[in-house]
Structure formats: C-alpha cells, structure tokens
Design a binder for this molecule. Sequence first.
Ligand SMILES: *Cc1c(COP(=O)(O)O)cnc(C)c1O
Length: 412
Amino acid sequence: MSNEDQRPHEDREGRLERQFTQAAHDPFDSRHHGAIHVPLYQNSLFAFETYAAFEDAFKDLMQNHVYSRGNNPTVAALEQKLAALEGAEAAKCFASGMGAISAAVMGAVGQGDHVVCVDQAYGPTRELLSVYLKRFGVETTFIDGRLLDNWREAARPNTKLFYLESPTTMRFELQDLRACAALARSIGARTIIDNTWATPMYQNPLALGVDLVVHSITKYIAGHSDCVGGVIMGSRELVDAIGNQEYMLLGSIMTPQTAALVAKGLRTLPLRMERHEASGLTVAEHVRSLPFVRRVNHPGLPSHPQHELGRVQMAGYSSLFSFMTNRPPAVMKEWANRLRYFKIGVSWGGFESLVTVNQAGKTPEDGSIVRLYIGLESPQDLIADIGQAAESLGLNDPAAGGADETPKHESA
Ligand SMILES: *Cc1c(COP(=O)(O)O)cnc(C)c1O
C-alpha cells in the first residue's frame, strides 16, 4: 500500500462535513419536552420506583443513572457526542485533562510495571509518571518519540504502556501513531495518546490502532476559556473499566454544569477549527519570513521535518505553534509585553490569542522558544501586531543582530 492508500482521512471534506452535523444535531428526545439542549440534571442521585429496579440499575453503574459520581444524564449526553466525533465506542468525561490522563494511566499500570513515554509530553503528565507513580513502583523511560527504534529499544518485558502525545505542544514533534500502536500491540502493551492539539476534528488515533485517546476539554473542545475538563475515549470495554475503577474511586468527575457549558462550546467546534486552522497557517507562514526567527515549529508547514507523516495521519491542523529565535528570553518577553492582541497566559484553545516565552536551551544565549496560540481574531490584525511589537524593539533590523546562521532544521 502506498502512503496515500493508508490515509485515514482521504475523504477529509466528507468527514468534516459529517462532524458539522454531529456537533450541531441532537436526536429528538421525548423525555425532555423537545428541549433543544439536553437539560442540566442538577442531581447527585436518582430514585427508583421499585426496589427491583434499584437493584437492577446497580448491575451497570456506567449505563444506568444511580449516582452522579458514576453517570449523570447531562454528562452522558456530552460523552455520546464526543465519542461520535472521535469515532469511539465510548467516552468518559473528567474534571480536567489531568483527571482523564491520570485515570487512563493508572488504569493501565500496576506495581512493577514499566511505561515508555514521549519526552516532550505535557509537563504534569511527565511528573505523574516520573515522580508520582514512581512512588508506587511504576518505572518510566522517556524517549524522543520521533524514531520508532527508540520505542522498540526502550520496551522491556514488563512494559505495559506506550504513552504518546502527537504533536507535542511546545516543539510540535510527531510520533508515527500506526507504527507505535502496532509495536505496542506486539509486546502486549496498551497505547494512550493525548490528542488535545489535533482535536477530534483533525486526528482520530483509534482508527490507527491506538487503544485510548485523552483530551484536555479545557482547550479547543470547550473553546471559550470558561471551564476545565477532560475526556477518555476508546472501546466500551476499556472506558467502562476505567469508569468503574478510577472514575468511581478517585472521583475526578465532570460536573453537570461543566458538561452543559462544554456541550454549548462543542456545537461550534467544527466551525472554530476551520478558522483556527486557516489563521494558524497564515500567521505561521508569516512568522517564518521574519528576520529574527530561526525556525517555525508547525506540522502544517512543508518545512516541518515531519510534515509528510502529519499529512498521512492527520486531517488538518490546529493553531498552536512555536518559533525559535536567537534573541534571549528577556528580549522576547519585552516583545510579548508590547503585543496588543496576544495575551500573556497559559492554556489555549479559546477565542483569544496567547503568547508564552521560554528559554530554548541551557542559557539565555541559546535564544528563545516562543509559543503562539492563534485565536479567532483577524490573522491580518495578529500579523500586524507581531510586526509593530518587533519594530518597536528593532527586531526587524538585521544590522542590529537579526537572523543568525543557525540552520532552519536543528536536529533536536
Ligand atoms: C492543558 C493540557 C493538558 C491538561 O489538561 P487540564 O484540563 O489543564 O487538566 C493535557 N495535555 C495537554 C496537551 C494540554 O495542553
């Protein structure tokens, strides 16, 4: 088979159109008097007409409504929609992305087990593995996930989990999802991927053989910077097992109010992602042309070293990317201060553009890595904003120490 034949999203347009309907449409439900949104079930518990029905419901706490730490109808309606968009059999929503990630990971490992994790994974995920779960006898090897051989070489007889995040959300490095999933399967390990960056619109790892997908709902899925949430998606068997154990026992549940907010945001996910994708690419292309920028890390740019892999395993691109500059962090932080539309702050996925600045290497002289999140504003306004802040600091002036000789594709 050629790469072209293996593309999961060869029917990109048809698939994205279907997602518009899945996000906008709810089937008519006579239980809700024709209410156009699933009502907010503000209940801790659900009562039963007979004791027999009560006892019956206990046989499956994930499917029946008994207690809202297990299953709430407002949350369940959101879970169904998310599962449809991701192409999953089942979904379980959590209080946060980290709630979902810690439950998914803890559901996969026990004392004496070993995990292989991509070294650029979300910071708290790495801490969960390297510090927290280490206390319980779980060992983790962190690897550069771009090379399949690294996964193969890190695997041990007691490896129970490959933890992926593709693309990573600072340097935007990819893993070959199909190959990693096949390798894990061959050694009897589970695969979990953090799919937050691509959203269910632009990457469906379950179709490539990955066992479980996690998202921080806080980002694009909720989309309005107004709530925190997370979700695990996969087979009914795996999701229910986590529901019955980590969800019920650790209690990191999504509340019905949050589910109602997320459900509202989800209606426009396809619409927002189209805009984010186009604006993100427009701004990234522009940033690439700036004299003080060494390299832009955006998998949608043909200059990205893994652009072809991204083209094969993703249907599109979201709008968080970074660039490398030889200017020290102090200078780029002053540049960030002078931006008018980009706000300084963590997180991303909302309507508003954001910026953060980090040191790129061991010393300030190694330059900076600047992460930009492109919101829903006009990309032309954002480009002008980047320009005016750079101009006011003399960053556009090559004579004042502009672009250096560093190649656009450093290896790390
Ligand atoms: C934000 C984020 C998380 C954690 O999600 P929370 O909702 O903040 O707990 C996990 N992974 C990635 C890639 C994120 O950006």
